[in-house]
Design a protein around this ligand. Sequence first.
Ligand code: TGC
Ligand code: FAD
Length: 387
Amino acid sequence: MPLNPTDLFDIRSLLSEEERAVQDAVARFTDEKVIPIIGDAFDQGRFPKELVPEIAAMGLLGSSLPEQYGCAGLNAVSYGLICQELERGDSGIRSFVSVQSSLCMYPIYAYGSEEQRQRYLPGMAKGEIIGCFGLTEPHGGSDPANMKTTAKKDGGDWVINGAKMWITNGNLAQIAIVWAQTDDGIQGFIVPTDTKGFAAQEIHKKMSLRASVTSALFFDNVRIPDSQRLPNVKGLKGPLGCLTQARYGITWGPIGAAQACLTEVVNYTKERILFGRPVSATQAVQIKMAEMARRITLAQLLSLQLGRLKDAGTMQPTQVSLAKWNNVRMAIDIAREARDILGGSGITTEYCPIRHALNLESVITYEGTETVHQLVVGRELTGINAF
Ligand code: TGC
Ligand code: FAD
């Protein structure tokens, strides 16, 4: 039996029946609904919002949260597979799901009141309420402790002032999860985006994540009642706890992007005849493709074990950092190499590698830059904080 080129170690055999069913369903969606339109959407700089109802109907929003809130109650490995299959289509589609699930629904579930959970989670699972997550500020996202956005208590209300930068879904969202400095440390707020004083401005001229909405958010005396504050967390561990969820999913996503690039070059080089033989018959190209398969396999094993640790409740943030660093680096290297193997054809969005390579420039920066994750691992090894 020939091996599957994008799963040489048959990682799929390590999945449960339910996990395989989730993977198959999302793979079908990506093949049928995402891949046919995504090159054009990327060219046009357009998030394909028309896909949201089907993404929601498949249970991909907040998929790990309990069924009592209208969610699918899937395990962490299934969430990872969702991210992998969506990002095989495009990082922008995976980003939409990551932000809604891990950065918006998760904090409402983990830090919100029961009333907030009931009010928001079912509508968010249906894709009727879209969220965005405002942590990064214009003066430096790697150091969120140096937050300048403030929330001041005024009677029974809070008044928020400040700005957030690079916010995925910013102009799509009905609610923003906003992290702000208070007299009692950093706290999170659910801000309806139609509140007076709130403004979202889309960021244009992006060369990356073009099929995703990225915005700046502005808060000018935005007044919200205390019932919009997330009551069950204070301090930086609130937003960092959300990032751990999202970063976990991001360790899986780039595997899909890399698989798409490998598939593209395997097919292309069989047909491309140069110097009297297919390019795939040259040693240099075979070594490059073998290297891609090797690195994809290692990344798959890393994410699967991470998922099993997460499902067992023992996953540590340092492990997430190592996997995010490794897997995004793996994918961006593969996408760039695949682009090169396609020659001139590789510079258009007719073929996926350049789109994935450009997208991965964002993925390697957001959710903690590669350097941030290297320093997290370094700190674990040495006990010394070198930030
Ligand atoms: P430190 O001051 O030591 O820790 C503060 C508190 O947080 C706890 N903690 C964590 N909790 C959960 N998960 C983690 N990963 C955690 N890391 C730390 C920690 O235990 C402590 O708790 P307590 O109870 O003692 O107060 O902070 P640190 O030194 O660990 O943090 C430094 C650093 C650089 C690692 C952190 O600031 C950082 O991660 N910076 C990068 C910021 C970042 O990743 N921003 C991402 C913004 S969101 C985004 O990019 C979305 S893109 C989405 C998309 O489109 O897909
Ligand atoms: P900076 O923090 O200014 O970093 C600049 C450089 O300095 C980087 O190379 C970094 O690695 C390096 N550096 C930082 N500290 C150190 C150090 N101690 N030692 C050595 N080098 C260091 N944020 C949100 O809150 N919500 C979102 O939804 C969101 N979506 C995003 C979508 C996109 C497309 C992008 C590009 C970003 C998004 N972000 C979002 C922001 C993202 O998290 C930040 O861009 C990221 O955290 C880095 O922050 P920064 O861009 O300000 O870079």
